[in-house]
Design a binder for this molecule. Structure first.
Ligand code: CTP
Length: 469
């Protein structure tokens, strides 16, 4: 184990701690990640005494001496050394009140400190004093849970979750990230304490949810959220997608599980959180738009457009950004059926140009989303779709090379129209501008100045406008 603490910083902390005669340990996620072989740059140091004093002296002993950031209210201090972030805290005993996450804090022993941590795998500590350097202190047998891939609270789970209900999200997040099972008693306690999640701020919940989104298989987390009843509290729109309605014995597919399949399928193809969010939300308006029509079966008319309208409300409530990231997700949701429709019909140049124009630089992401969206069990159907998609991609490439539509700026703009016909901004300018854009996208004229100018003159004549002399 000693070799696991080979980073120079641990020797430095060890020496200072011995000089100050303070019992000191490295604890929590860093220790867990050593055993999981996950490299980590966040180090938590706990000492029996003042973490702030220890941090100050450690900083003094380092060359060059780093700045110490002190958070008096929390009794913690942080310093950066090389690429490591090291946080120092005094060992604590905490007790919580029913209606708040604010604990009453008292100084305590290492064991008190380990007792108040979230999971057995996060409560392990390694000694840093000379007498026990590198020795594992693991009162809850976290090592065995690591080997058995189990998430379990060190104390009675009702106490651990009630103390800090964010841990409900953390249990599900760790289970998703690490592929661990949640121990039966811990799982039941999540169900029993789920209402307590309501005292946690949206900012902290979304941080966990985004970590679930970035995990290798996000569906694990969403299924756990659903099974524990957390989903309906924090994300009712997604909960609504679960289940199959039947009319005259005809059901539609379960949109919750379909969505999770799409999300898992997109993961290997993108590290872009917002493309993953687009996958999660692409069918979000299906419950709101579903309708059974005789002779046609289940329909979800305009679910993409209604989905676009639902997104700002969801983003605002969940404290997701309301900026271009949201608009990107809206664009993906709005366009998510277009390449499929395109591939089902004869792929015309005009349809491809329009898609390129609307998707712009996000066209590749849109294609990635659409490919992930093909989850049919019918393998012939899947093959046919994927083959057609190849054609769409090829056609997109050809047209893009020929016409450079992606960042299309019409070669004749509103200014020129106004100047040519001596106009103030008015309806006619808009009509001519749109007509030029449509003519180019439909392939009536090429994307160049001369053809666009001639077309403008024709269109203006139709509208009865006269050229300025
Ligand atoms: N911890 C806790 N309860 C919380 C948050 C944290 O008991 N709600 C404890 C755990 O012992 C955890 C340590 O504080 O290991 C550090 O927390 P944090 O840095 O948030 O998480 P890590 O476990 O390091 O994991 P990650 O970096 O993946 O979030």
């Amino acid at each position: 184990m000693k070799s696991k603490l080979k980073h120079k910083i641990f020797r430095e902390i060890s020496q200072v701690a011995d000089q100050m005669q303070m019992e000191t340990y490295v604890i929590g996620g860093f220790v867990r990640d050593i055993y999981l072989h996950r490299p980590s740059k966040d180090i938590d140091i706990v000492t029996v005494g003042s973490g702030i004093e220890l941090a100050r002296n450690v900083a003094k002993s380092l060359k060059p001496s780093p700045r110490v950031n002190i958070f008096k209210n929390f009794g913690t201090a942080m310093l950066k050394y090389k690429d490591m972030e090291i946080e120092f805290v005094g060992a604590r005993k905490e007790s919580y009140q029913q209606d708040s996450r604010k604990p009453i804090v008292e100084n305590g022993t290492l064991e008190d400190d380990q007792n108040r941590r979230d999971f057995t795998i996060n409560a392990m500590a390694l000694g840093l004093n000379k007498s026990n350097f590198g020795e594992l202190l693991d009162p809850f047998n976290g090592i065995e849970d690591l080997e058995d891939l189990i998430i379990r609270t060190p104390l009675d789970p009702d106490i651990t979750f009630s103390d800090d209900p964010l841990r409900i999200m953390r249990a599900i997040r760790f289970s998703t990230q690490l592929g661990f099972d949640i121990h039966a008693g811990t799982f039941q306690s999540i169900i029993d304490n789920r209402e307590r999640i309501k005292i946690i701020s949206a900012e902290r919940i979304i941080e966990e949810l985004n970590k679930i989104m970035m995990a290798p298989k996000p569906s694990i987390g969403f299924k756990l959220l659903e099974e524990t009843g957390i989903l309906k509290i924090i994300f009712p729109e997604l909960q609504q997608m679960k289940g199959v309605a039947k009319v005259k014995g005809i059901g539609h597919k379960d949109n919750f599980y379909h969505t999770l399949e799409v999300l898992d399928r997109i993961v290997p193809n993108t590290e872009n959180l917002w493309l993953r969010w687009s996958a999660l939300l692409h069918d979000i308006a299906k419950p709101a738009t579903k309708k059974f029509i005789d002779g046609q079966g289940w329909t979800f008319y305009a679910h993409n457009f209604i989905g676009v309208k639902m997104i700002p409300g969801i983003f605002r409530r969940m404290k997701l950004p309301l900026n271009e990231k949201m608009r990107y997700v809206q664009k993906m949701v709005q366009l998510h059926m277009r390449p499929i429709v395109l591939s089902e019909e004869e792929i015309t140049d005009s349809a491809v140009r329009r898609l390129l124009f609307e998707a712009g630089d996000d066209i590749d992401d849109l294609m990635t989303l659409c490919e992930a969206d093909i989850t049919s069990k019918n393998s012939d159907k899947v093959k046919r779709y994927l083959k057609n998609f190849k054609l769409v991609r090829q056609k997109l490439k050809e047209i893009e090379e020929k016409d450079t539509i992606r960042n299309f700026q019409p070669p004749v703009d509103g200014e020129l129209i106004m100047k040519t016909f001596d106009l103030q901004p008015c309806r006619e300018v808009g009509i001519i501008k749109d007509a030029i854009k449509d003519a180019i996208l439909d392939g009536v004229i090429h994307n160049n100045y001369d053809e666009a100018f001639t077309f403008m003159l024709e269109k203006a004549a139709e509208l009865g406008l006269k050229k300025k002399n």
